[in-house]
Ligand binder design. Structure first.
Ligand SMILES: NC(=O)c1ccc[n+]([C@@H]2O[C@H](COP(=O)([O-])OP(=O)(O)OC[C@H]3O[C@@H](n4cnc5c(N)ncnc54)[C@H](OP(=O)(O)O)[C@@H]3O)[C@@H](O)[C@H]2O)c1
Length: 285
């Protein structure tokens, strides 16, 4: 099997690449720098020439501008990076399985409710709009899988991930705001990658939620992480996600029953996710 990971040097791309290689597949990674093949996916010609020249059995697109403020500031660029490549990919490939990594950022106002693949979406910001457009482009092909998720992990470069920020803030006693009205079902990128590769092997198509089997608040996530990592929360306040400077969906719980039914195993709980992050964190030290 020949697999291409677009965005191979990012938080998810690194974990996915490791899992693809661990399973013995032939692998090609793409990013703008430090990847096996380097180009900008917003360059239509570069992307379609690459896909026509190379033959893949599976393409997994993880590329996105994930910074919400950057998407608000430059909606045109956000569209070119987050949405349009999905359409170019669908048009360029033949007999190839396309996996578009999406988001959970579509649900608001119903607290810790779980949302399934057909729950009504609300597009509150440019990030959500551009990710949703990418979903629609991908679903134009019957050989596509769109994966909604909320991921956590390590990037190990200058741009700290959420988990790296929590760990560093605790170590330096920097201030942390705990949001107890912001609900997620975050899964670690390595547990996500294993489950995604299992779904791909089972030839799963359409839309699927792949996340933790539990919904928890960001505050609960941080408290659990701090306890399991043996850290200390000193400089904290409790805040509301509704006070953040731009509209952000906050009821992001995902119902993962469809994925669990196909996979025939339970997806990780909050505790499983944090224990997995702890193993990875100490392996990196
Ligand atoms: N992180 C989250 O909290 C989260 C939550 C839910 C869903 N997701 C989704 O999960 C996916 C992966 O997120 P992530 O956190 O792993 O992102 P990330 O760490 O920012 O990685 C993005 C990857 O894409 C590459 N890239 C960015 N712009 C590019 C361009 N124009 N052309 C080619 N490559 C480009 C980056 O490398 P270069 O910059 O070197 O090109 C990097 O390899 C995204 O689709 C995101 O929407 C993320």
């Amino acid at each position: 099997m020949r697999v291409c990971v677009l965005g191979s040097t990012g938080m998810l791309g690194i974990a996915l690449s490791k899992e693809v290689i661990r399973r013995g597949a032939e692998y090609v990674g793409v990013a703008r720098r430090n990847a096996s093949v380097c180009f900008d996916v917003s360059d239509d010609a570069a992307l379609s020439d690459f896909l026509r020249r190379e033959r893949f059995d599976v393409i997994i697109n993880t590329v996105a501008i994930i910074d919400h403020a950057a998407c608000e500031a430059q909606p045109g660029l956000a569209y070119m990076v987050n949405s349009r490549p999905s359409s170019i990919i669908v048009n360029a490939i033949r007999r190839c399985y396309f996996v578009q990594i999406s988001t959970d950022g579509y649900f608001t106002g119903d607290g810790s409710q779980k949302h399934n693949e057909s729950s009504r979406v609300v597009l509150l910001n440019e990030y959500a709009r551009t990710k949703f457009a990418a979903e629609m482009f991908a679903l134009g092909s019957s050989e596509s899988l769109v994966v909604r998720t909320n991921i956590v992990g390590f990037r190990n470069n200058k741009k700290a991930t959420f988990v790296e920020w929590v760990v560093n803030s605790c170590k330096h006693e920097d201030h942390i705001t705990l949001f107890d009205d912001y609900f997620v079902s975050s899964i670690s990128v390595s547990l996500f990658s294993k489950a995604l590769l299992d779904l791909i092997e089972k030839k799963t198509y359409g839309m699927i939620n792949l996340a933790s089997s539990e919904v928890f608040s960001k505050a609960e996530f941080i408290r659990t992480l701090v306890e399991v990592f043996g850290l200390c929360l000193k400089n904290i306040t409790t805040g509301s996600v509704k006070k953040l400077p731009f509209h952000r969906a906050e009821s992001l719980g995902l119902d993962v029953s469809r994925a669990e039914k196909i996979l025939k195993y339970r997806l990780p709980t909050l505790n499983d996710v944090i224990l997995n992050l702890k193993d990875e964190y100490f392996a990196l030290q």
